[in-house]
Design a protein around this ligand. Structure first.
Ligand code: S6P
Length: 497
């Protein structure tokens, strides 16, 4: 890192890249770090890549994650003309083909690139075969580890307790990614420009706020109302990120939980600029909120303001006044300077302070949206069974969830999943051979019910329709499957109370 910063800065670049949440964290870190460099009148030397481009900052774009060639091409393009590139590829599960393609590209051009892999699995557990590709993630990770011996490449893969066991990067590695890369960026910067070594100090978890907030947010979701995060500066980005993750992870609608940021895309400072023309999911400014959401805001909708004491508090108060006229269901995660007494030897810069606020806000929002979806019944026995099967990773995850609950073979589970995906009880041979994971319907619960009860697709769907809460539908299926024919013929099923 220091090497890249010290070299001629016009010829050097630091690139952070990832898919989904890993790409969103890359974006947040790069924009914040560049802002800090700009404030210090230094060259903004960092750049981010997110699979699927800037639209993936706000919406789930899981399919480009499967394309290693696209990853390599995108990296090649942004590094054109550079002589020294520090590339940090982030894949929490050490699985994303997009990132593997980039690391492979770097390994072939070690004269220019210093590749770093950040993930939370041991190298031997990195993902094996990849679709349409002559190499796979494990192979790339092993080549990285081999180059590490010569200090040509680096693998950062701490296995951090719960980081490795959750099914979603927002919980699995997003926070650790942020902590580790912030430490590296800041420590490298301090060492280069100030000649000192630093160890950033991290914040406390504001856990006491969680219970209250996620009960409130659950009530809103359960009543088919909404949760709105209204954030300022990077806290707005944290809100947007948390909201966008709920769609692929819980099969949520994009407007169940939504984020808004002051000044919209101007504040985001993303590469592709204003994307609001792409549709309602890309309407993100406070002004947009006031114009499009506020007039129909109800008492059941939950409002959560995210700001710090150094944000424009007049603006915060003015917006809060407007909201209060429509609902009293208004809450805030507000960061203040006074409340913490930080010992002298832990004195932090304003940049570090902001990082601490971002991290604690991320934890609060992850807990709030996770808690709300758990209470809403989107999780069964700790598994997020209502996931969207939109890429190869999620396709595999869906099959392994089916295996775990039914105890059936992989091929039997895959066939049930395909029946649900193609909406048919009669699978043809070629149905299994195309990119099936480009489907966005929530199909895992349907396949689970079909398998557990040995019923048809129509009967499984009817069973799910009778139980609007997914967890109840699956529990009922497992509790009753000992009783043969528990799913009654379609025309004799009574409606649920
Ligand atoms: C978010 C969700 C995905 C991942 C993405 C990258 O909660 O789990 O969007 O962020 O698939 O995963 P990874 O393991 O390569 O960082």
């Amino acid at each position: 890192f220091i090497n890249v910063l010290e070299k001629c800065q016009n010829e050097s670049l630091i690139v952070l890249s990832g898919c989904g949440t890993s790409g969103r964290i890359a974006f947040l870190l790069v924009t914040s770090f560049n802002e800090m460099l700009k404030a210090q009148k230094q060259k903004q030397i960092c750049s981010y890549i997110i699979a699927g481009g800037d639209r993936a900052l706000l919406t789930s774009q899981e399919a480009p994650e499967d394309d290693p060639a696209l990853g390599a091409r995108t990296l090649d393009k942004i590094c054109a003309g550079k002589k020294h590139v520090l590339f940090i590829g982030i894949s929490c599960g050490m699985s994303a083909p997009f990132v593997a393609g980039q690391l492979d590209f770097c390994l072939k051009h070690l004269d220019v690139f210093t590749p770093v892999l950040l993930g939370f699995n041991p190298v031997h557990m990195a993902r094996e075969p990849m679709q349409d590709c002559s190499f796979h993630f494990k192979d790339v990770a092993e080549r990285m580890a081999a180059e590490q011996r010569h200090k040509k490449a680096f693998v950062l893969n701490p296995v951090l307790g719960a980081e490795a066991i959750s099914g979603s990067s927002r919980m699995k590695g997003g926070s650790a990614t942020k902590i580790i890369l912030e430490s590296i960026l800041l420590a490298g910067h301090e060492a280069t420009f100030r000649g000192k070594r630093t160890t950033p100090e991290f914040c406390h978890n504001q856990r006491h706020t969680y219970d209250f907030f996620f009960c409130k947010s659950f009530i809103s979701l359960q009543m088919n109302a909404h949760v709105y995060y209204i954030g300022w500066q990077t806290l707005g980005t944290i809100g947007l990120t948390d909201a966008s993750e709920c769609v692929p992870t819980y099969g949520a609608d994009f407007d169940d939980i939504r984020g808004f940021i002051n000044n919209g895309f101007r504040e985001m400072k993303n590469k592709e600029g204003d994307l609001s023309f792409l549709g309602p999911e890309f309407i993100i400014g406070h002004k947009d909120f006031v114009e499009t959401i506020l007039p129909s805001l109800s008492q059941n909708d939950m409002m959560l303001f995210l700001f710090a004491v150094n944000d424009d508090l007049h603006e915060v108060t003015a917006l809060a006044d407007q909201v209060r006229r429509r609902t009293s269901n208004l809450h805030a995660i507000a960061h203040d300077l006074e409340k913490f007494i930080i010992p002298v030897n832990f004195k932090e810069s304003s940049f570090q302070q902001r990082q601490r606020w971002e991290l604690s806000t991320k934890w609060c929002l992850n807990a709030i949206s996770t808690g709300a979806h758990v209470l809403k019944g989107k999780v069964y026995m700790n598994y997020m069974i209502d996931l969207r099967v939109t890429n190869s990773k999620l396709y595999r995850r869906a099959i392994s969830i089916l295996q775990r609950f039914t105890g059936c073979s992989k091929s039997k589970c895959e066939r049930a999943l395909l029946r649900a995906i193609y909406s048919t009880d009669d699978l043809s041979e070629d149905m299994a051979s195309v990119d099936v994971w480009k489907h966005t319907d929530a199909v895992v619960p349907t396949a689970l019910v079909m398998m557990q009860c040995g019923c048809t697709l129509a009967e499984a769907r009817h069973h799910l329709d009778c139980h609007p809460v997914i967890r109840d539908a699956v529990s009922a299926c497992f509790n009753s499957s000992k009783t043969k024919n528990f799913i009654k013929p379609l025309d004799s099923v009574e409606s649920e109370p």
